[in-house]
Design a binder for this molecule. Structure first.
Ligand SMILES: Nc1nc2c(ncn2[C@@H]2O[C@H](COP(=O)(O)OP(=O)(O)OP(=O)(O)O)[C@@H](O)[C@H]2O)c(=O)[nH]1
Length: 391
């Protein structure tokens, strides 16, 4: 079976971008395009800054006016095209390195052209060249990113071999010195700007990830842990109980005749019962206990450090609290809500799944016995000893 990655690799470089595999592809694309546009704006700003410094050099007599004008015209035309490509969304319909090649050509050829026209600014041009290589962050693929740096290093190497002997800083006048400091500061500001941009994105991404992790483990209706969330907590409690040797109790709580509540009072009333139970169980269990919605109208409680006798007492209290809740104030026409609870104390070396199975069996025993009660499962029977084996 071919994966999306295989498909991407087999497509020609200039093929249109395939539709996003994300559930909400449009939102993802919009976010991605907004970030690319912001990054492009910072690139535009740095080109504008570089050009204004060159105008300064020209006014101070370090570069000829026509050379600077040619550089300006080249960069303005290239950047104008790239800005159109981003603003119109055209670039987002193509794969790398399409537009990216244009982008790099504008910067690298522009700076190399400047070297020819104004060799006395070789040092400054080199700094600009290296600073512009940060445009590689606009690349959409690792290959394009790597190509940027290879091209930049090659261009910088050529510039050094070619212009090396003439490379000196124009320090004869204060204006020349200040402009050179401006070039260096511009390069530093560009690096700081990019790092800040990506740190900001990294922060937002990690925040979004935390939200997603939270969503994956919580139940939308009740706000408590969902099955995945409570099972993870239970696994952790069980590992801890295994190390400490302290008893861990697992309880399953099921609403009695919940279907009847839904049928007689509506699904919305059923939902209110579930929400109220989620809040009630959280409020009336210890801080070390964990509560989750195990499924439908069933809740799971993980009660660490709890013996069978303590579990029975605490769960009986919970059951009575549910029964005595003023349900009429929660959904109109309520005549009462009760729950049946089955519990099991996790045996040493017993898996949580096995303890849940025993709690479930106890729950169904409680249902069969008339509901609205707490039933504790008997300890797991020791494995039968095969005939002939001495113990
Ligand atoms: N309102 C609401 N109902 C749900 C939800 N999830 C499951 N249910 C309903 O819960 C009901 C469970 O019914 P049954 O499994 O027959 O259990 P019961 O009526 O509680 O009967 P006993 O457990 O034997 O007392 C079904 O009607 C489901 O549709 C939910 O999120 N909201």
């Amino acid at each position: 079976m071919s994966t999306p990655r295989d498909h991407a690799l087999s497509r020609p470089l200039w093929a249109p971008t395939p539709p996003s595999v994300h559930a909400d592809g449009a939102a993802h694309r919009q976010r991605w395009q907004r970030r690319t546009w912001q990054l492009h704006q910072s690139v535009l700003l740095s080109h504008l800054y570089a050009f204004s410094l060159l105008v300064g050099y020209s006014l101070a007599g370090y570069a000829s006016g026509p050379a600077v004008a040619w550089y300006g015209a080249w960069v303005a035309a290239g950047m104008g095209f790239i800005t159109w490509a981003y603003a119109s969304g055209w670039c987002h319909t193509r794969r790398d390195p399409g537009l990216f090649v244009v982008h790099q050509a504008v910067s690298i050829l522009g700076v190399l052209g400047l070297l020819v026209a104004a060799p006395q600014l070789a040092f400054q041009a080199l700094v600009m060249l290296i600073a512009f290589s940060a445009d590689g962050f606009l690349a959409r693929s690792r290959t394009s990113f790597a190509v940027t740096w290879v091209l930049t290093l090659a261009a910088a190497g050529c510039a050094i071999v070619w212009m090396g002997p003439q490379m000196r800083m124009p320090t004869t006048t204060l204006a020349g010195q200040l402009l050179t400091v401006g070039v260096l500061l511009g390069a530093v500001a560009r690096c700081i700007g990019l790092v800040t941009f990506f740190r900001g994105m990294q922060y937002r991404l990690s925040e979004a990830l935390a939200q997603i992790e939270n969503l994956v483990r919580s139940d939308e209706l009740t706000g408590i842990a969902n099955r995945r969330g409570i099972m993870e907590v239970l696994q952790r409690h069980q590992a801890q109980a295994g190390r400490s040797g302290r008893p861990l109790c697992v309880a399953l709580l099921d609403v009695d005749h919940f279907k009847r509540i839904n049928d007689q009072h509506g699904h919305d009333s059923g939902d209110r019962v579930l929400r109220t139970l989620g809040a009630l169980l959280t409020a009336h269990t210890r801080a070390i206990d964990s509560v989750g919605r195990y499924g439908g109208e069933e809740f799971l409680l993980a009660m660490p450090d709890t013996t069978a006798a303590q579990a029975r007492e605490a769960l009986e209290r919970l059951r009575a609290r549910v029964e005595s809740t003023a349900w009429a104030g929660i959904f109109p026409g309520a005549s009462g809500v009760t729950v049946t609870i089955g519990a099991a104390v996790c045996q040493p070396d017993e898996s949580v799944e096995s303890a849940i199975r025993r709690a479930d069996a106890a729950l169904y025993e409680g249902k069969a016995a008339g509901r609205n009660r707490v039933v504790l499962a008997l300890p797991q029977a020791a494995p039968a000893v095969p005939a002939g084996v001495q113990v």
